[in-house]
Design a protein around this ligand. Structure first.
Ligand code: 5GP
Ligand code: ZN
Length: 113
C-alpha cells in the first residue's frame, strides 16, 4: 500500500522516531504549527478514526497515554497541550493513516475549525 506513514513506521522512509512501541510510533510533523508538533500513529494501517471499532478501541487509550509521556518529555505537560485527530475530508484529514496531532509550546487559539 502506498501510504507515507506506513513507510515511515516500517522504516522504508528513514525518519527521526521519537518513541516507538509495539502499537504506535511518534514523529515530528514535517510542517509544524507550534513549537511542539508531534504525530502519534499506530504501526498498523488504520485509515482514520472512522475505523476504530470494538476490536481496536484500546489503541486510542494507548495513544492518550503516549501523548502524556511525550508531553512530559517535550516540556509542555504543565502549561498544557492539544491532542487533535482530523477525520475524513471535512474533518481536515490529508493523510489516510490515523494519527493524532500533539500541539503545544504556545498559547493555542480556542478556534477549532
Ligand atoms: P492531517 O491533515 O491528515 O490531520 O495531518 C497530516 C499531517 O502530516 C500534516 O500536519 C503534515 O504536515 C504531516 N505530514 C505529511 N507528510 C509528512 C511526512 O512525510 N513526514 C512528516 N513527519 N509529517 C508529514
Ligand atoms: Zn498506512
Amino acid at each position: 500500500m502506498d501510504c507515507i506513514f506506513c513507510k515511515i513506521a516500517g522504516g522504508e522512509i528513514p525518519s527521526d522516531i521519537l518513541h516507538q512501541d509495539d502499537r504506535v510510533i511518534v514523529i515530528r510533523d514535517i510542517n509544524p504549527q507550534a513549537p511542539v508538533h508531534l504525530l502519534i500513529m499506530p504501526r498498523e494501517h488504520i485509515a482514520s478514526l472512522r475505523d476504530i471499532d470494538d476490536a481496536n478501541a484500546s489503541l486510542m487509550g494507548h495513544m492518550a497515554l503516549v501523548a502524556n509521556q511525550m508531553a512530559e518529555r517535550e516540556g509542555v505537560m504543565e502549561k498544557g497541550y492539544r491532542l487533535a485527530i482530523n477525520c475524513g475530508d471535512e474533518g481536515g484529514q490529508t493523510v489516510g493513516h490515523l494519527h493524532a496531532h500533539l500541539l503545544g509550546g504556545r498559547q493555542l487559539s480556542g478556534r477549532l475549525g
